[in-house]
Design a protein around this ligand. Structure first.
Ligand code: DGY
Length: 322
């Protein structure tokens, strides 16, 4: 199989124990042409979010690979319909990254409200002159109303943390929300339009699909409360970044905490120099524990497939919920 990126050592060892592995030594994202070639020359591909495994990878008579095992839960970078048409199995790694990604969403909420990025930058720049009662006053997170878009595993884990640790009332919207219902202390509303004006913090946890592209744009940002904060640990595509920059500049919302971007690793320049925005480099699942668990889950999927069993995390030609 071809493994596109370097993986935690224990995962690479486990892969080599079971398979003949070709590993891309440069540890850089492969081009679409290289990925298509990999699909012709190998029985399996182990890829990551940085590899765009688009339709041409699955088309044509020379495609040899029968399985694409993604290291990660989101699969918007893989042409699932083309894979399904070609009969290529696609797997992902759900569950194991839920807690760490939820933790990071909370970290961003805290960092934006408590101005942690600004404070850290000032200290390192040597401009901190010492404690004073009015220095860098932020806003309390505890008790603010949290809105969750997408109530899958990660959305639910964020809601639990917000409720238990920060006494935050939680309102949620998903495409499958039962209209105006309540479950586990979370109130579900029937539409995104209904959710937006109700919340102080809006946290995104839906998958990137054609339907969710720019789900949060100028119109939605205008419906949010003026003091509200946007948190995105899902996928950059879900937010129209230009509209977000415009809304921040106009003071229509109070800030944003982002871990994902429309054109990673490029970040909209209008975000980079804003003090009311906290920017992280796609770190949601980036703990040693989770990255190892993600790798082992990919190994399990591959082992099951080549044993002739159903891989535990097989996707069926449609986007998965994170
Ligand atoms: C995921 O698992 O989807 C993370 O964003 C890394 O790809």
């Amino acid at each position: 199989m071809l493994v596109t990126r370097r993986l935690p050592a224990a995962v690479e060892t486990a892969l080599r124990e079971s398979f003949e592995v070709t590993q891309e030594p440069s540890d850089r994202p492969l081009t679409e042409r290289e990925l298509a070639a990999a699909m012709r020359d190998h029985d399996a591909l182990l890829c990551t979010v940085t590899d765009r495994v688009m339709a041409p990878c699955f088309e044509g008579p020379g495609v040899r690979a029968r399985i694409v095992a993604n290291f990660g839960v989101g699969v918007n970078h893989i042409a699932l319909d083309a894979a399904a048409r070609a009969g290529v199995v696609v797997t992902n790694t759900p569950d194991v990254l839920t807690d760490d990604t939820a933790d990071l969403a909370i970290l961003l909420m805290l960092a934006v409200h408590r101005r942690a990025g600004e404070g850290e930058r000032a200290l390192r720049a040597g401009t901190w002159t010492g404690w004073r009662p009015t220095h860098l006053l932020g806003r309390r997170l505890t008790g603010r109303t949290l809105g969750i878009v997408g109530f899958g595993r990660i959305g639910r884990a964020v809601a639990e943390r917000a409720q238990r640790a920060f006494a935050m009332p939680v309102v949620a919207w998903t495409r499958t929300s039962p209209p105006e219902s309540e479950r586990d202390g979370v109130r579900f509303v029937a539409s995104l339009d209904a959710l937006l004006p109700e919340v102080d913090v809006l946290s995104l946890h839906c998958p990137a699909t054609p339907e969710t592209r720019h789900l949060i744009g100028a119109r939605e940002l205008a419906r949010m409360r003026p003091g509200a904060v946007l948190i995105n640990t899902a996928r950059g595509d879900v937010v129209d970044e230009q509209a977000l920059v415009d809304a921040l500049r106009a003071g229509r919302i109070a800030g944003a905490g982002l871990d994902v971007y429309e054109e990673e690793p490029v970040v909209h320049p209008g975000l980079v120099d804003r003090d009311d925005v906290v920017l992280l480099p796609h770190l949601g699942s980036a703990t040693r524990e989770t990255r190892e668990a993600m790798g082992m889950r990919a190994v399990e999927n591959l082992r099951a497939f080549f044993r002739g069993d159903a891989p535990p995390d097989r996707l069926l030609g449609a986007a998965t919920r994170p």
